[in-house]
Design a protein. Sequence first.
Length: 544
Amino acid sequence: MEPGKPLWVALAWIEAHCVVPDGFKRGEPFKLYAYQGAYLRDFYAVREDAVWKPESPDLATAFVYRRGILVGPQKVGKNPLIAAQVTLEGVGPALFAGWAGTDEGYVCAEHGCRCGFEYHYEPGEPKGMAWPTPLIQITAFSEESTENTYDALRPMIELGPLADVIPKTGEEFIRLPGGGRIDTVTSSAQSRLGQRVTFVPQDEVGIWTPTNKMTRVADTQYRGLAGMGGRASLTTNAWDPAEGSVAQREYESAATDIARHFAQPPRTLSYGNKAERRKIHRTVYPPDVLKENNGHIDLDSIEAEAADLVEKDAAQAERFYGNRLVAGAGAAVDAAVWEDLSRRTGVSPGAYIGIGFDGSFSQDSTALIGCTPEGHSFVLGIWERPPGAPSGWRIPRLAVAAAVEEAFSKYRVGRMLCDPWKWETELEMWAEKHGEEVVLAFNTNQTTRHAAALSRWLTGISESTHTHDGDDRLRDHVLAAHLKKVRPTQTEDGRTLYVLAKGDDGRKIDAAVADVLAYEAAMTMPPAPPPFVSVYETRGVLSV
């Protein structure tokens, strides 16, 4: 999508009206850091084909982006940025008001503000205007997170020129001129959801997950924004890629109307190495936020905090301070590693393959995965319970059976390993038809056997000998899978044994289990027999 033309008056207005909310510079003019300015420049980029209609002005549709997401490390200054954006959306020129001609400008005195600010437009530059009755919801999972923004917002208003426009800031909400309002919303206080909001800053969306029902909060607010022509601004630390958060969903979305800002360090640097960790911090903390450049961040303090957290939770430290997408402790596979193993190539009909099958009855998913002797797995079928399915919904057993038969007719199957729970009858039928030495039960509740197959699978992933077809459903199941220690916890040679298990979020992992079985089948099946030659081909050869 084209970048459009920035609504520069919006950024200039922020710097003219907002003040530093705390610290030694409390009350001084709030100057945007380069990364903050770059994010706002994109967020307020106006489409070059936007048309100004005074009787029916374009709102969200005038802008290039419907919403934006800013991913930054801990303490980089996201909350003051949110607060500044809230003031702009509350009483500043946050909307498109047509294209400037010659000798035009934005004059604060004409909008009830006596600060003396004037902005002179260049010809052809987008002009700005304020919302008539803005309704803003500062939203986060916890009260602490909303307070971080709200506690920056109140002094930003009270200590600067905005006190003239917004004379009273309450403990729980702020009334705006013309009947507008600024509220806070958390996971425990969602009574205001469904209102016709004009702007929603959503903070720490990396922990907004289906499990804590914050994805529902996000979707409800997006619907409210759509009804009013409003927009959302999302901020977060790097998220755990195994949790399916709103941050992950929005960042990985195929939508082109989301402004994405996420500075990631080189993957070649190790966060566990102190010297390389320092290089990572210098990459993800922009130069102008550092104290050495008159900013507020001391890298020595960041290192001390990070080193302390590394001892307790290395993955969280890397996400919070290294701005990296790292799965949480216990996750079976890192998202970046799994992505690197993607090979979007098909498997030819007639190929010799192994198959893994993990069945379920109604609540979990059922998966059928194929794998070549070279270790490349591909999805033959995944059946998942649809959202909102009635209580009587069941896995479509006939469709699963048809997929199994199609796999046997399309490929030469050397071995099929099946977790048989609730599928014992089908397993017996498949074994009778295709061979008891080919179709075998593999009960994953037998932890020692499960752990051995998992160890082979994890080794294949770590050594890049196990690749996959890039199917998103398989990816979701693999990244949701966690490692669980089994007893005895070690083998004779001292290795710890694990099995795959669901995480605390309860996300499905059945396709990951089927992939383990498929890989095990492909690695242990007999050598491929000679290709079948039909009688017609034989006669043709003989006739020659």
